[in-house]
Design a protein around this ligand. Structure first.
Ligand code: PEP
Ligand code: MG
Length: 764
C-alpha cells in the first residue's frame, strides 16, 4: 500500500499544472482502490464554497460547476469536522444534500477525508461505491494518508499559480499576499532579487506567455546557440576522448533537429501558451521519464543526456530574455529585496548596501541568526516563507512588512501608495529619535540604564554608528563564518584590536566562538540530527583546545595596553565547563603575558563571564557566580530551550516568544539571583532591543541591556520616557499572565499611555 501511495504522489508531483495533477490523482486513486468514484473539492475561503475540481465516476460536466457551501451536505460536513466520514448509505444521512448535476443517485457508500495544511482545510477528497458497505479501515487510512501528503502540494500549487502570472506594479488582478515570520522590523518596497539562480529544468517554474511568437523565437534562437556550443565542444574534444563517448554529440544533434524536440516544444507553446522554458520543461521531463522507466540501463542513462542538453537550451533562453546576461550577472540598480532559500551572512556582506531595502529568507525564523543580522543592519526582513520558490519572487515588485511577516507580491497601486506613506512616517519618527540620541539613558525617575551594542557583522558599521558606547556582545563567529578557513591568531588579533580600540573607554565583551546550531562554518562541517542540542558553543571549543587557545591568545594580545576586555563563554551548561575554560584562559594569559612583557609582566587580567542561555544554568547561579565576574543572559537561546521551540523553524514560530510568561518568570528569577550575588548581569538577547522587552527587563531589575546598534537609539528614547517605579508596578501582573498575548496587551497599554506606542506595531 505504501509503495502504491508513494508512486501515486510522485506521479502527481511530476505534473506541474494543478488541474491536470488533480485529474490524474483521482483517476489513479479510483483505479487503485477499485471504487466507483473518486472526486476532489477545493475550498475558497472568500466565497466560503467548496468546488468540485476533479472527478472520475461522477458527471464530468459538473466539474467547476458544483459549488457547495462550507456548512452544506456531506462534503461541507467533512470540512467542518476536520475528520474522515465513512457512511454505508449516504442518501439516508441527515446531512445529505442532493446536487442533481453530479449524478450520484446510484452511489451509496461514501468516504470523505479533509485535505488540511497548517490547520486549514484546503479541500475534501471522496470515494464512493454503489454497494451499501462501510469502507474498510485500510481504505480509510489510505485516503487520510494520501490527503495529508497532497495537502502541501495543493498549498504550494496555489501560491505558485498566483505568482506565475507576469505582471507589473499596480496591476489589479495578480496581487498575492504571502505570510511568513517577522524577522526584522520595518517596511520595505522594492524589487525581488535572487542571487546565484541555478538555472535548470528541475527548478524551472512553468508559466504561460501572452506572446506566443516571441516565445517561439526565443526557443529557436536558444537552440541555434546551443547547436553552435555543442559543435564547438565536439570539435574541441576530437582526439581526446574515445569515439563511443563522442557519439553522445550525435544524440545531441538529433535532439536539436527541428523535427525532433523542436516540433513538440513549439506545439506546446502554440497550443497551450506556455513560454519557451516551460514548454521545453514539459516536453523534456516526459521524455526523460519514459527513458528512465526503460529496462535497458543504456537507455536509462540517456535520460541524463536529454536533461543535460535541455538545461543548456534553457540557460540560453534565459540569457536571451535577460539581454545576454545570465541573471547571476544582473546588475543591482534599484531598491532591492534580497530573496534566497537561506540568506547567509556572506550573501548579506556581498550585497550592495545602498540598494538593499529588504530581505526574504525562505528558511529560518524570527530568531535565527539571519534575522539577527538583518536587525543589526536595520533592514526589514521576513523569514520562513515556506512553500515559495525564491525564483518566483525574482524580478517581482514586492512590499515587505517586517513587523507582521507579510509579503505582498505584485501589489495593487493603492496598497503600494499606502505602504510608501507608512515608510515615510517611519522615517520621520526615526529622524526624531536620532536627534535626541546623544542624551543619556536615564529614566524619568533618574535610574541610569547602561546601553551596550551587540556587534560582529561589521565592526566599522556597528561601531562607527555608535560612538561612545560599550560592546555587550561581540559575536566572534561571524568573522569566522565569512572566511574559507579558521582565521590565524594574527588575523584574529587585528580584528579584536580594532574592536577593543573602537570603544577603548568602555567595556568590550568578546564572546568565544559560538558555532554549531544554525551557524555552520563552511570549512568545518558538523552534521547532526539535532544541532541546537548538539555540539555547539563552548562544548565544541573545549573539545578543540587548539582553536580555543588561539582565540583567547588573540584576544589577550589585542587587549595589551587597554583594560576593557571582557571574555564571555557561550552555552554553559555545567560548572566543570567553566572550570575547564578558566584553566585554558589562565594558561593563555600566562603565555601571552610572558611573550609580551617577559616574566612578571603586567597584562591586564580580563573579566570573565558566562552566558545564561541554557535553562540548567539558572539553577546554578550561586555556583557560577563564585567562579566568574559577570553574567549575560542570552534570551534568544533561553527562550528556545525553555519552550522547546527551535528558534530556526518557521513551522513552530508562533510558539516561540520571549514574552511567554514562563520565560519572563525565568528572567525575573535570574535578575533577582544575580543581584543577590552582586554579580553584574546584562541581557544581550533580542528582547533587550525591543521597546516592550526593555520595559519589562528594567522592571525586573536589569540595569544593563545590550542590543544591535540599530535599536539602540529607539531603546534610549524608551528609557528616557519611562519610570522604574511605574514599570515595577506593572511587573507582577505581567508575570502572573496566562499567555504571551496577555503580556503584549498590558505592556502595549503602558507604552501607549507613555506616548511610545508609535515605536511598536502589532506583534513587536
Ligand atoms: C542569545 O542566545 O540570546 C544570544 C545573544 O546569542 P546568539 O543569538 O548569538 O545565540
Ligand atoms: Mg545564544
Amino acid at each position: 500500500m505504501l509503495t502504491t501511495l508513494k508512486r501515486i504522489v510522485q506521479e502527481v508531483n511530476r505534473i506541474p499544472v494543478l488541474d491536470e495533477a488533480i485529474g490524474h490523482l483521482v483517476l489513479r486513486v479510483k483505479q487503485t482502490m477499485q471504487v466507483d468514484a473518486c472526486s476532489m473539492y477545493l475550498a475558497d475561503y472568500q466565497t466560503q464554497l467548496l468546488t468540485l475540481v476533479a472527478t472520475e465516476g461522477l458527471a464530468k460536466s459538473a466539474v467547476n460547476r458544483v459549488l457547495i457551501g462550507f456548512s452544506e451536505g456531506l462534503i461541507g460536513l467533512v470540512g467542518q469536522r476536520e475528520e474522515p466520514l465513512n457512511i454505508i448509505d449516504a442518501h439516508n444521512h441527515p446531512r445529505f444534500k442532493y446536487y442533481p448535476e453530479v449524478e450520484e443517485e446510484h452511489f451509496n457508500a461514501f468516504l470523505g477525508a479533509p485535505i488540511i495544511h497548517q490547520r486549514k482545510v484546503l479541500g475534501v477528497i471522496t470515494l464512493q461505491q454503489r454497494d451499501k458497505r462501510r469502507f474498510s479501515e485500510d481504505e480509510e487510512a489510505f485516503l487520510v494518508t494520501l490527503a495529508a501528503q497532497i495537502a502541501l502540494e495543493i498549498a504550494n500549487a496555489e501560491i505558485r499559480g498566483a505568482l506565475r502570472t507576469p505582471s507589473k506594479i499596480g496591476q489589479l488582478t495578480s496581487q498575492k499576499n504571502l505570510h511568513g515570520v517577522a524577522g526584522s522590523s520595518g517596511l520595505a518596497c522594492g524589487t525581488g532579487y535572487q542571487p546565484n539562480i541555478k538555472i535548470d529544468l528541475s527548478r524551472w517554474q512553468v508559466k504561460r506567455t501572452t506572446d506566443v511568437s516571441a516565445a517561439i523565437a526565443d526557443y529557436r534562437a536558444a537552440v541555434d546557440i546551443t547547436r553552435r556550443e555543442v559543435e564547438g565542444l565536439s570539435s574541441s574534444l576530437e582526439g581526446t576522448i574515445p569515439e563511443d563517448v563522442r557519439s553522445i554529440f550525435q544524440l545531441y544533434h538529433q535532439l536539436l533537429d527541428a523535427n525532433s524536440l523542436g516540433r513538440e516544444v513549439e506545439a506546446k507553446i502554440k497550443q497551450q501558451d506556455w513560454d519557451a522554458g516551460s514548454a521545453l520543461k514539459l516536453v523534456v521531463e516526459s521524455y526523460a521519464a519514459q527513458f528512465e522507466n526503460m529496462e535497458d540501463p543504456y537507455m536509462q542513462e540517456r535520460a541524463i543526456d536529454i536533461i543535460d542538453l535541455s538545461n543548456r537550451i534553457l540557460r540560453n533562453i534565459v540569457a536571451r530574455a535577460s539581454g545576454h546576461k545570465g541573471p547571476q550577472q544582473r546588475r543591482i540598480e534599484t531598491d532591492s529585496i534580497l530573496v534566497a532559500e537561506e540568506v547567509s551572512a556572506p550573501m548579506l556582506a556581498e550585497f550592495p548596501r545602498k540598494h538593499l531595502v529588504g530581505i526574504i529568507s525562505i528558511r529560518g525564523s524570527n530568531n535565527s541568526h539571519t534575522a539577527i543580522l538583518a536587525r543589526a543592519m536595520g533592514v526589514p526582513a521576513v523569514m520562513g516563507l515556506n512553500n515559495v520558490s525564491p525564483e518566483l519572487l525574482d524580478g517581482k515588485p514586492i512590499l515587505l512588512d517586517g513587523y507582521s511577516g507579510e509579503v505582498i507580491v505584485n501589489p495593487q497601486r493603492h496598497i503600494e501608495a499606502e505602504f510608501k506613506h507608512l515608510i515615510a512616517e517611519e522615517q520621520e519618527l526615526s529622524k526624531k529619535i536620532e536627534q535626541e540620541a546623544v542624551k543619556p539613558s536615564v529614566t524619568e525617575d533618574e535610574h541610569a540604564i547602561t546601553l551596550l551594542v551587540n556587534a560582529g557583522l561589521s565592526v566599522e558599521l556597528e561601531l562607527q554608528q555608535e560612538q561612545g558606547c560599550g560592546v555587550g556582545l561581540y559575536r566572534t563567529e561571524i568573522p569566522f563564518m565569512l572566511r574559507e578557513r579558521f582565521p590565524s591568531e594574527r588575523e584574529q588579533f587585528e580584528l579584536y584590536r580594532q574592536v577593543l580600540h573602537s570603544a577603548a573607554e568602555h567595556e568590550v565583551t568578546l564572546r568565544t566562538l559560538d558555532v554549531g546550531g544554525d551557524k555552520p562554518l563552511p570549512y568545518f562541517p558538523i552534521n547532526e540530527e539535532n544541532p541546537f542540542l548538539g555540539w555547539r558553543g563552548v562544548r565544541l571549543t573545549l573539545d578543540h583546545p587548539e582553536i580555543f587557545l588561539v582565540q583567547i591568545r588573540a584576544m589577550l594580545r589585542a587587549s595589551a595596553g587597554l583594560d576593557n576586555l571582557h571574555i564571555m563563554l557561550p552555552m554553559i551548561t555545567s560548572v566543570n565547563e567553566v572550570d575547564d575554560a578558566l584553566r585554558l584562559i589562565d594558561q593563555a594569559y600566562h603565555e601571552v603575558n610572558e611573550e609580551l612583557q617577559g616574566p612578571g609582566g603586567l597584562l591586564y587580567k580580563p573579566k570573565i563571564g558566562v552566558m545564561l542561555e541554557v535553562p540548567a544554568a539558572i539553577y546554578q547561579i550561586p555556583q557560577l557566580a563564585s567562579r566568574v565576574d559577570f553574567f549575560s543572559v542570552g534570551s534568544n537561546d533561553l527562550t528556545q530551550y525553555l519552550l522547546a521551540v527551535d528558534r530556526n523553524n518557521a513551522r513552530v514560530a508562533n510558539l516561540y516568544s520571549s514574552y511567554h510568561p514562563a520565560v519572563l518568570n525565568a528572567l525575573a528569577t535570574i535578575a533577582t539571583q544575580c543581584n543577590a550575588h552582586n554579580t553584574p548581569v546584562t541581557v544581550c538577547g533580542e528582547l533587550a532591543g525591543e521597546p516592550g522587552g526593555a520595559v519589562l527587563l528594567v522592571a525586573m531589575g536589569y540595569r544593563k541591556l545590550s542590543m544591535n546598534a540599530h535599536n539602540l537609539r529607539k531603546i534610549n528614547w524608551v528609557i528616557r520616557n519611562i519610570s522604574v517605579a511605574e514599570v515595577e508596578q506593572l511587573l507582577p501582573a505581567v508575570l502572573a499572565c496566562d499567555l504571551p498575548a496577555d503580556v503584549f496587551e498590558r505592556v502595549n497599554k503602558y507604552l501607549d499611555n507613555k506616548q511610545l506606542g508609535g515605536l511598536t506595531r502589532a506583534g513587536w
